[in-house]
Design a binder for this molecule. Sequence first.
Ligand SMILES: [Zn+2]
Length: 233
Amino acid sequence: MLEGLREKVLDANLELVRQGLVLYTFGNASGIDRASGLVVIKPSGVPYEAMKVLDLVITDLDGRVVEGSLRPSSDLATHLEIYKAFPAVGGVAHTHSRAATAWAQAAKEIPCFGTTHADYFHGPVPVTPGLAPEEVHGDYERETGRVIVRRFADLDPMGVPAALVSGHAPFCWGKTPAQAAYVSTVLEAVARMAIETLAISPDARGLPQYILDKHYFRKHGPGATYGQTLEPR
Ligand SMILES: [Zn+2]
């Protein structure tokens, strides 16, 4: 079932490893088939180097396993909340990549200091509020997804395709699993540049809005003129 999507999700998971964004089995990527509403996700705790296409788990949007003998990633419920709230999303990736996680642990949004950031994120990368004790003791992974969705109440999730979960790490998304992995990679680079910018100049200012807009819309939207196509499909 969903062989093509399985291949894409496996490759997105392996891309996180290739880009040095995950340690051991931390991190997970998934993809959704919108026609059937089924989600393909990494299994829980399987080493990446041993992971096969058939190890991936297929669930419905309520988290019920439809196909697969392994347990799905423990972060499945977070991915599902993102898919349910953001209909344009086709892939989600979660890592504990070092620089982006440092911002999440500091509970600070990543300001847009330069055009590298503006090319991919139309504004700061937001950080969520912390979770309350009852949210952590309850359905923790689902509440993690819900706090991301609440944080995007006034934001366009496709304009800023990432969130930092306070005290935890980033979740990134895109139209495809490959794009979600790509955004994770770009986010890590941008997070590191922002730390280095502040190390050089602690009072660095964000990029003016007109330059941010210029760079973002050069790559995205109907007037895009940059390159041939948008990133991996
Ligand atoms: Zn995590």
